[in-house]
Design a protein around this ligand. Structure first.
Ligand SMILES: [Cu+2]
Length: 70
């Protein structure tokens, strides 16, 4: 399992958090996505053999937000 952390500067409330987590958790290979609204941070545990960080970034942008690798 791999862990990656992103900054999501446009995440501002619990609704954003739920939307982002929901979209990232849909990806095959993602074990856990956890967003911290106060720190504007997204932590993802994933299997790099199944899913890549680009896929995670795409899922975040599908939710309407921007993920920047920390
Ligand atoms: Cu929001």
């Amino acid at each position: 399992m791999n862990k990656i952390t992103y900054q999501v500067p446009d995440m501002s409330c619990a609704h954003c958090k739920a939307k982002i987590e929901g979209e990232v958790n849909k990806l095959n290979g993602v074990q856990e996505a956890n967003a911290d609204v106060d720190k504007k941070r997204l932590m993802v545990t994933f299997d790099e053999n199944t899913v890549q960080s680009e896929n995670i970034e795409e899922a975040v942008s599908e939710a309407g937000y921007t993920a920047e690798k920390e």
